[in-house]
Design a protein around this ligand. Structure first.
Ligand SMILES: *[C@@H]1O[C@H](CO)[C@@H](O)[C@H](O)[C@H]1NC(C)=O
Ligand SMILES: *[C@@H]1O[C@H](CO)[C@@H](O)[C@H](O)[C@H]1NC(C)=O
Length: 804
């Protein structure tokens, strides 16, 4: 999350203009109900498993986590107005809406059986809500002819004064999956599918938007004004003026199909957006990122990769020119995009051609590119790096796999951890029960964590072949002396063993600590896996700031005036570790969040949680990270070391708001060779804010591809004066040792004087040379060299970490 930015306020004006267009008065003509469909029961396991989840830290023992909209009166028959019933299903149990800000103790998993649900006003998604349609037979949410309001689904409503229900960049913990949203019954002058104004730990998956096609259509599939996300995948947009109208700090999207939209994607504003596997068919324009014009471009950057346009005359529209402003705004990377179906691949705002279509474009960009320490403005072809086969699928795209939903598994295949004696009550030590459960399911079964809080006091050895999922992010909470020693850290979930090969799938779980656990490695993965055999999707690590963690604002509130370290406010040792023996590592939409503010107690104050390390990768690959974020860790948010064949897109980080009080790495000391010592700070200006967390370190690694980075520093000891002057910290990205075939695209940093720092503290790219709409952006940073280096070289011994 982060606090309000001047940029998003400016861009919001543009968003609001379009918003008013969407909401302009309709000339509604009631369309007859053609067929009567009734909501039906289904074999989808999610509708049929025994429900025994409960909230461990709530006050209401009768609170229902799971709700079927039929139980609240929805009919799904294609004629009854189901709006009130669905909103009742969502809101039952005094949930978190107006004036609440946030709450983790009122989650709701709301299920929709197959059927056609008539909707006349927005369905309001309260905080911590998942809306899940039947995966076997997608329910239809059909807007009535007279629909009134912003969108069929609304993740963050506005009141009549223009105030939001939730602060957009703190609007966490949502899912919407398995729906058809149908606007075709509305007049073509109005209608939006989803108002998706969200932040981290949110996802849209497997949704079809049906809109009226044609040049007069004003309909929009997704309307996104702002936020700080986020991830979405597997979406189909049919018809409409804009398939997706987008504005957000940063986002990753994957596997989108647009058919017959006037403009498939309208980018209203952003800092960074990575789009992969986009198919655009029979549209006028594929991606319009020209907003603001060449004197005031509002788009920070877009990476468009592994995509294809068919019968779409203009691929990408841009306002970037040889002297457009801000300097690097409108940064664009095109990586492996098939424009054979476009006349013009990249067009200026007036439609004139910058890059002709009719071909596959391997690597093209606009912005500023670097090699070594020299940067230059580019609008043209980029060097096309060689991509190792291990990272690619059979068609030459970077491998991807959507979150499994197990839609073809019967409910009987889901085995509850409670059947093995786990309590999930936030108090009982469930270590033994969970370990028994892990051994007790076979490869045709799925281990199910009912909602609750499962306390573990020792490592859970996750077998090398297991699938597990949870009921709206049940908490796995590490606690106690076993996890207390930073000089002897222990994994909480130890996924497979070094030397083993297997298939592990983890979805919809949340990992936390209960009290300080400075010796806990939250997730460790050190087994081998074939491409696509394993993965972690929509599972998150959240340290402190919420009920039950004991690391809340009553104890850990910020105090910038004091140099004393708050005792008892340590988080974990490390959030994710891909070990030397790991391969086939796949993460998608995982948020590694050390809380910067309180989610449950009424003050919602900012808090100091001291957490050692974020995401550490020393795998020989392949490794794929889609839509991950790692925030507020003391040493680093991401580190890639002695690693090989790593793809990440996009990654986002934030420096702890309290630094440099204390100066990194305090209150900890380096424990292993991979811990940065911050010794380069002694070579830099002593008054520079150098002792701050690295957003990203890459050390002695080969074949690293990072498509989209947003690494931010917003504070110096909670003071934000440095945001405007872009010097909250001295360094953000460190490239050390002998990296080769390292490729970073659309590198955005905020308020770091040096964007990229080389060995011995030499700056490769400066913020001042690369100003963008809010941060600073380097379009392409490349360190070439052969990719044949063997990372198991004995020479590397001195750099290797101790393995327990
Ligand atoms: C988000 O967008 C809305 C609609 O344009 C605007 O009213 C609001 O001020 C924006 N919020 C921020 C923080 O920019
Ligand atoms: C892409 O999304 C579509 C629509 O949800 C889905 O059918 C398809 O399986 C997805 N493709 C991949 C590679 O996940």
């Amino acid at each position: 999350m982060r606090t309000i930015s001047p940029l998003s306020l400016i861009s919001a004006v543009a968003a609001l203009v379009t918003l008013l267009m969407v909401l302009s008065p309709s000339q509604a003509l009631a369309s007859p109900v053609s067929s009567v469909k009734r909501a039906t029961s289904s074999n989808y396991w999610l509708a049929n498993v025994k429900r025994q989840g409960s909230v461990a830290f709530g006050s209401d023992s009768s609170y229902a986590v799971y709700r079927n909209v039929m139980d609240y009166g929805a009919k799904g028959d294609g004629s009854t107005d189901d709006t009130a019933a669905i909103n009742a299903a969502i809101s039952a149990g005094s949930r978190c809406g107006w004036g609440c800000d946030s709450s983790t103790v009122k989650p709701a998993l709301v299920y929709f059986p197959p059927g056609t649900y008539m909707i006349s006003q927005p369905i309001v998604m309260l905080y911590y809500t998942q809306l899940v349609g039947d995966a076997l037979n997608l329910p239809v949410l059909k807007a009535t002819a007279g629909f009134q309001g912003m969108a069929v689904l609304d993740s963050d409503p506005y009141d009549s004064s223009g105030a939001n229900m939730f602060t957009n960049q703190n609007n966490f913990f949502r899912q919407v999956r398995n729906f058809k949203i149908d606007l075709t019954g509305m007049p073509q002058t109005a209608g939006a599918g989803i108002h998706w104004q969200v932040a981290q730990a949110t996802s849209l998956q497997n949704i079809v938007f049906n809109m009226i096609p044609g040049s007069a259509s004003k309909q929009v599939g997704i309307f996104m004004d702002n936020g700080s996300g986020g991830f979405m995948s597997d979406l189909v947009f049919n018809g409409g003026n804009y398939g997706a109208f987008l504005g957000n700090q940063q986002f990753t999207s994957r596997n989108w199909t647009f058919n017959n939209c006037n403009t498939a994607i309208f980018m209203n504003w952003n800092w960074a957006w990575t789009m992969k596997s986009v198919s655009i068919n029979n549209c006028g324009v594929g991606l319009d990122m020209s907003n603001g014009g060449s004197t005031n471009i509002l788009i920070g950057s877009v990476v468009l990769m592994d995509s294809k346009l068919t019968n779409t005359p203009i691929g990408v529209k841009t306002s970037f020119t040889s002297n457009s402003a801000p300097a690097t705004a409108g940064t664009l990377i095109i990586d492996n995009v098939d424009f054979s179906g476009s006349t013009t691949a990249v067009a200026a705002a007036d439609g004139s051609s910058i890059l002709a279509g009719g071909k596959v474009v391997a690597s093209w960009g606009e912005g500023r590119q670097y090699s070594g320490t020299s940067g230059s403005r580019v609008q043209g072809s980029l060097a096309a790096p060689s991509k190792p086969a291990a990272l690619l699928d059979g068609s030459g795209k970077f491998f991807e796999r959507s979150k499994p939903q197990y839609e073809n598994m019967p409910a009987s295949a889901f085995i509850s951890v409670k059947s093995f004696g786990a309590k999930g009550d936030g108090v009982t030590d469930d270590t033994t029960a969970i370990q028994k459960a892990m051994a007790g399911v076979n490869s045709n079964q799925i281990l199910y964590f009912d909602h609750g809080a499962y306390v573990v006091s020792k490592t859970i050895s996750v077998p090398n072949n297991i699938k597990m999922t949870g009921e709206i992010w049940p908490l796995i909470m590490a606690t106690g002396s076993f996890f207390s020693d930073p000089s002897n850290p222990q994994p909480v979930f130890d996924i497979g063993k070094a030397g083993q090969s297997g298939a592990v799938e983890i979805t919809d779980l949340m990992f936390e600590t209960k009290g300080p656990a400075p010796g806990a490695i939250m997730l460790k993965w050190n087994m081998a896996s074939a491409q696509g055999a394993s993965g972690i999707w929509d599972a998150h690590v959240r340290i402190g700031g919420s009920a039950g963690t004991g690391l809340q604002s009553d104890k850990c509130s910020k105090d910038p005036s004091s140099t004393a370290v708050r005792t008892g406010c340590e988080g974990a040792y490390m959030l994710f570790w891909a070990g030397t023996q790991s391969s086939g590592v796949y993460l998608e939409n995982t948020w590694f969040w050390v809380a910067d503010h309180e989610l449950d107690l009424a003050d919602h104050n900012q808090i100091d949680i001291y957490n050692g390390r974020g995401v550490y990768i020393e795998s020989q690959g392949p490794v794929w990270l889609y839509g991950t974020s790692s925030e507020h860790n003391i040493f680093y948010n991401y580190e890639i070391r002695n690693a090989k064949n790593v793809f990440m897109g996009m990654i986002q980080s934030e420096t702890p708001y309290f630094q440099s009080n204390p100066k990194a790495p305090a209150p900890f000391v380096p424990q292993r060779p991979s811990d940065p010592t911050f010794s380069i700070c002694s070579t830099q200006n002593p008054s520079a804010p150098c002792y701050k967390s690295w957003g990203l370190r890459i050390v002695d690694s080969t074949n690293v591809f990072i498509h989209g980075l947003g690494l931010y520093s917003f504070f110096e000891n909670y003071n934000q004066d440095c945001v405007a002057t872009n010097n909250c910290q001295q360094n953000m990205i460190s490239l050390e040792g002998s990296n080769s075939n390292l490729n970073m695209y659309a590198v955005t940093t905020k308020a770091s004087v040096n964007m990229i720092t080389l060995d011995n503290g030499i700056a490769a790219a400066l913020d001042a040379d690369n100003r963008n709409v809010f941060g600073a952006t380097v379009a392409y940073y490349r360190k070439g060299g052969s990719s044949t280096r063997d990372c198991d070289d004995e020479d590397d011994e001195e750099y290797e970490d101790d393995e327990e």
